[in-house]
Design a protein around this ligand. Structure first.
Ligand code: ARG
Length: 460
């Protein structure tokens, strides 16, 4: 018989059992379900709702069940629907009538909410560690490539010269924001829904403060109706992960481009590339493509949970059982993506000479020539026009700005003098930048320093 069988005069159809059950996926929550139940049993005992002896018996039973699950000795059953009722049933089978007291002063509605929160708390901690590893990798690469000159792009057209170190630190900023966002999300996850019961609290003299301390929550949900209806924290988490994935995906897109024969800026390591089943010459950036692809999947998960929740009346509705599918999938995928990505960028070969060579073409110092004219007294728009004409001249003559003689410069403006040749050197184009976030060595060193401090601070 079902744990809720009293009201029913016949069994549910087998097809309904299967349809209704979530044990195939929510068994992932077994540990946190047991942790939550042990804390609940302690509280019931502490508040004299069950006896000391009953409490001990329940706790011991739950601990044994946890061990047996971990040793693979327990087979979950679809007939008991979900992880909560499977464990409760095992407990009753194991310790008898006393086991039936565990569910006093709680409902599966606050139970499932607490399980997800406890589980997600741990997972966020792990993802934060992984992001931190990625941040460290970016600092490492940035230090190594603080002088590696490369083209900076807008519209994927050569724009202004930068360094690879600077480029890496741009991603550092993005992943640092991701880190902070997840940390902030944690605050909303770490609120305790226990005590909410089905929706309107309980009539027992429970001690929620005790439970909160026992389970390490920051606070207790203010309103029980909200406590069991709320899945905002899952939506928030998947949104945050969507941003992480978007950042990884943009980075992957760049790597795919850089790894092409046409760009040839990097070569992904053999261990992070794959071959083609037909074309023997191929070495494909599958890993980077797959991370880019999985980004779509995570966005799908976000839309999935948003849509599940969009029209649900308060409080719990069975629709919410589906929340775990996008949640688990998101956690699994973001974790493996961050891990593999960190390794992939650490092992790739960076072709400094090719990167540098590419800054020679594309008139990447044109803005610097315009700025030169402005400093000699011209208005920026006029300077812009003059340099535009110079570029056109060069294109027609198949030259680069560095090829022009002083006489040719003077044809465009009489204010040009010999000092222009220093200004147009690519290295100087980078180092002459004066603004705070620009790619000069000094600035990138500062970014690295700040980055290291951020990581150190988050260690505490
Ligand atoms: N398996 C359910 C879920 O994941 C647990 C909560 C069930 N509560 C209920 N009243 N049916 O959402």
């Amino acid at each position: 018989m079902k744990l809720w069988g009293g009201r029913f005069s016949k069994n549910t159809a087998t097809i309904v059992d299967e349809f209704n059950a979530s044990i195939s996926f929510d068994q992932k929550l077994y540990k946190h379900d047991i942790i939550g139940s042990i804390a609940h049993a302690k509280m019931l005992k502490y508040s004299n709702i069950i006896t000391e002896e009953e409490g001990q018996k329940i706790i011991k039973g739950l601990e044994e069940i946890l061990k047996d699950i971990e040793e693979g000795k327990i087979i979950f059953q679809t007939a008991y629907e979900d992880i909560h009722m499977n464990i409760e049933k095992f407990l009753i089978d194991r310790i008898g009538e006393t086991g039936k007291k565990l569910h006093t002063a709680r409902s599966r509605n606050d139970q499932v909410a607490v399980d997800i929160r406890l589980y997600l708390r741990d997972e966020i901690d792990e993802i934060l560690q992984k992001i931190k590893k990625l941040l460290n990798t970016l600092i490492l690469l940035s230090k190594e490539h603080i002088s590696t000159i490369m083209p900076g792009y807008t519209h994927l057209q050569r724009a202004q010269p930068i360094t690879l170190g600077y480029h890496m630190m741009a991603y550092f900023q993005m992943f640092q924001r991701d880190y902070l966002r997840l940390q902030d999300c944690y605050k909303r996850v770490n609120v305790m829904p226990l005590g909410a019961g089905a929706l309107a609290g309980t009539t027992y003299d429970t001690n929620l403060e005790f439970l909160k301390e026992e389970l390490g929550f920051f606070e207790i949900c203010q309103n029980s109706l909200d406590a069991v209806s709320d899945r905002d924290f899952i939506i928030e988490f998947i949104s945050d992960v969507s941003l992480i994935m978007m950042h990884l995906s943009r980075f992957c897109e760049e790597l795919i481009i850089w790894n092409s024969a046409e760009f040839n800026f990097v070569e992904l390591d053999d261990a992070y590339s794959t071959g083609s089943s037909i074309m023997p010459q191929k070495k494909n950036p599958d890993v980077a493509e797959l991370i880019r692809g999985k980004t779509g999947r995570i966005y799908g998960n976000l839309l999935n949970i948003l849509t599940i929740m969009k029209a649900l009346p308060l409080a719990y509705n069975k629709d919410m059982q589906e929340d775990k599918i996008p949640l688990f999938d998101t956690i699994e995928n973001v974790s493996s993506c961050i891990d593999i990505f960190s390794e992939m960028i650490l092992t790739m070969k960076i072709k400094k000479d090719v990167m540098k060579k590419n800054t020679k073409e594309g008139f990447m110092n044109a803005t610097d020539v315009a700025d030169y004219l402005v400093k000699k007294g011209l208005a920026f728009r006029s300077a812009h026009e003059i340099v535009g004409k110079m570029v056109l001249y060069c294109v027609e003559k198949d030259k680069i700005i560095e090829d022009l003689t002083i006489e040719e410069f003077e044809k465009f403006s009489t204010v040009f003098s010999e000092d222009i040749f220093e200004v147009i050197k690519i290295q100087n184009c980078i180092e002459s930048k004066k603004s705070y976030g620009s790619p000069t060595r000094k600035n990138v060193e500062r970014m690295i320093e700040e980055g290291k401090n951020f990581i150190k601070r988050s260690e505490k």
